[in-house]
Design a protein around this ligand. Structure first.
Ligand code: GTP
Ligand code: MG
Length: 148
């Protein structure tokens, strides 16, 4: 079964919408298998966003993600990587449809509330970056027999 890395960014934590965001993925049927409130170090931020190192907004991006606590999560479920990205909406909240997380809660691209892995490769990389093996819990939910 597929896993993805999702992270409520510092703006989402400050605005007290962590619970609301968790709730959306829970209601969809995805299963939370790892979670923690944490500060992202400079090092972790630069590694995590390594693909954007050459972009003009890189410093801004790293400054923002290290500016306050984030809520880091691992979620599990059928096609969760692509599905979570759909639920998040477009990167720029101005283009994200209402009903998506960024469409409902975001206004500008620099502060777009949530991060989600964009491929199986980044999911694997990002989960390993943020979580130790013992912090990701495998368990069976009764609900699964109704979902699958
Ligand atoms: P993530 O899930 O956060 O990785 O977003 P994404 O995959 O939808 O977008 P992408 O990986 O292309 O960009 C990473 C992050 O950089 C975005 O989520 C934005 O927060 C930020 N970003 C993208 N474009 C800009 C920009 O023009 N200015 C600033 N300040 N940030 C940007
Ligand atoms: Mg990305």
């Amino acid at each position: 079964i597929q896993q993805t890395f999702l992270m409520v960014k510092p703006d989402g934590v400050q605005r007290s919408i962590v619970g609301e965001i968790v709730s959306r993925f829970e209601k969809k049927g995805f299963q939370l298998v790892g979670a923690k409130l944490m500060h992202v170090s400079q090092d972790l931020a630069e590694t995590h966003y390594g693909e954007h190192r050459e972009k003009p907004f890189f410093k801004e991006l790293v400054d923002f993600i290290t500016s306050g606590p984030v809520f880091a999560m691992v979620w599990e479920g059928e096609n969760v990587i692509a599905n979570a990205r759909q639920m998040m909406g477009k990167t720029n909240p101005q283009e994200a449809l209402p009903g998506t997380i960024r469409g409902d809660y975001g206004l500008i691209v620099d502060k777009n509330v949530i991060h989600g892995s964009d491929s199986p490769e980044s999911a694997q990389r990002e989960i390993a970056l943020f979580f130790s093996e013992s912090e990701v819990v495998s368990y069976n939910k009764q609900l699964n027999s109704l979902l699958y």
